[in-house]
Design a protein around this ligand. Structure first.
Ligand SMILES: *Cc1c(COP(=O)(O)O)cnc(C)c1O
Length: 392
């Protein structure tokens, strides 16, 4: 038997559930690519991404996924042979660094943990040791989607400053922009990037990059530049140049609707909603963990991401949990990836989610744990409800 039929629900950390309003905004004919509608659409989105990133810097939109956004960010500011320091806290900054290495950078990974945030003191020590300032850029994720680790962007910026190091500070906000506070200018981030399909509630296929003046200065001498990603050509007043070709029109129409929804709710209210729904999820997982078979991947509560929660599982195949949740309950949970492959499932609570969606997901997980005989503390959903009743 199954109770899965009805609206299929994604509780994966990207792509996330796309609001009906965003889907409907994409249901329209294509237009001539330099039409007033398309030109205005592009200009309005480039402008409105600035408050989303909290920057007065320049913004760029690419027909690409997050990996494309990584490449866009790197190619515009680095030169072949530049040394790049990657701050590991899971899979994603490391993946960004692998891309930099492929492009000809000299990449060093500052080892970190899959279970805790990047240590600003370790960053400061490494940068102080770089007396000749060979390191040109420092790469970090705000949220590592694989480990569920939340890094303290401001604290790491302070570490760069304390070391008196001039490297560019480049931050991946794919799993955090639109989910939690991100303050590009106030926190001294030089290059930030994100993508459309997570907190931004849109179709996969768009990447965003934001750059401050320091990044634009580095751009002038960067020799990894290639035309498709190039900031200088995209800053042309010509509509055609802003996308280096035809605009990804339907994705932009969808994104326009999503950004409108975010502004109507209020960016800070969006962050607060994520914080509350993460709190509900954490309340449930804390209760389930009393049964010994489940645990948070990130033990320190302050270092847990507000957009995704990986749950460690012992004594049962994670694939079985995921299959039951999907086939019987209609909820697609995230797989453990990288170091957590086969050891965890991930509950995403990012983007277009509200109390019934998250409580429903938690209910489906609890049903799965019961049906599969996974030892767990009972009353996880009740704990989530109690948390929200108190906190919301
Ligand atoms: C999803 C994700 C990416 C990669 O995005 P794709 O669109 O899958 O290429 C990069 N960084 C983080 C933190 C992510 O969560």
């Amino acid at each position: 038997m199954t109770v899965a039929n009805g609206r299929a629900f994604l509780a994966i950390p990207g792509p996330t559930n796309i609001p009906d309003r965003v889907l409907q905004a994409m249901m329209r004919p294509a237009e001539e690519l330099a039409s007033e509608t398309i030109v205005n659409l592009t200009d309005s989105l480039l402008a409105d991404l600035k408050p989303v990133f909290r920057t007065k810097g320049d913004t760029f939109i690419y027909a690409a996924n997050g990996h494309g956004g990584w490449e866009a960010a790197l190619t515009n500011v680095l030169s072949r042979g530049d040394k790049v320091l990657v701050l590991a806290s899971g899979r994603f900054a490391v993946g960004w660094g692998e891309m930099a290495a492929f492009m000809g950078a000299d990449v060093e990974v500052l080892p970190g943990s899959w279970r805790s945030a990047v240590d600003p003191a370790a960053v400061e020590a490494r940068l102080r040791a770089d007396k000749g300032h060979e390191i040109k850029a420092v790469l970090m994720t705000q949220i590592d989607t694989a480990s569920g680790v939340l890094n303290d962007v401001r604290a790491v910026r302070k570490a760069l400053d304390a070391a008196g190091h001039p490297a560019l500070f480049m931050v991946d906000g794919v799993a955090s922009v639109g989910c939690m506070r991100f303050e590009m200018d106030a926190w001294g981030v030089d290059v930030a990037m994100s993508a459309s399909q997570k907190g931004m509630m849109s179709s996969p296929g768009l990447a965003f990059v934001a750059a401050n003046e320091k990044a634009l200065a580095a751009h002038k001498t960067a020799n990894m530049r290639t035309l498709y990603w190039d900031w200088t050509s995209r800053m042309s007043p010509l509509a055609y140049m802003k996308h280096c070709g035809t605009a990804p029109e339907h994705l932009l129409f969808g994104l326009r609707a999503a950004v409108d929804m975010i502004f109507e709710e209020g960016l800070e209210a969006v962050w607060k909603r994520h914080e509350l729904l993460a709190g509900a999820t954490h309340a449930a997982v804390s209760r389930w963990a009393e049964g010994q078979a489940l645990a948070f991947n990130v033990p320190e509560p302050a270092q847990r991401a507000p957009s995704v929660t990986p749950v460690l599982v012992s004594g049962v195949e994670t694939a079985e949990i995921m299959e039951y949740a999907r086939k019987t309950c209609g909820v697609t949970l995230g797989l453990g990836i990288g170091d957590l492959s086969g050891k965890a499932f991930r509950i995403a609570h990012m983007g277009h989610v509200n109390a019934p969606m998250v409580l429903g997901t938690l209910g489906a997980v609890e049903m799965t744990l019961q049906a599969k005989g996974v030892p767990h503390g009972s009353g996880g959903v009740a704990a989530a409800v109690a948390y929200l009743a108190e906190a919301a």
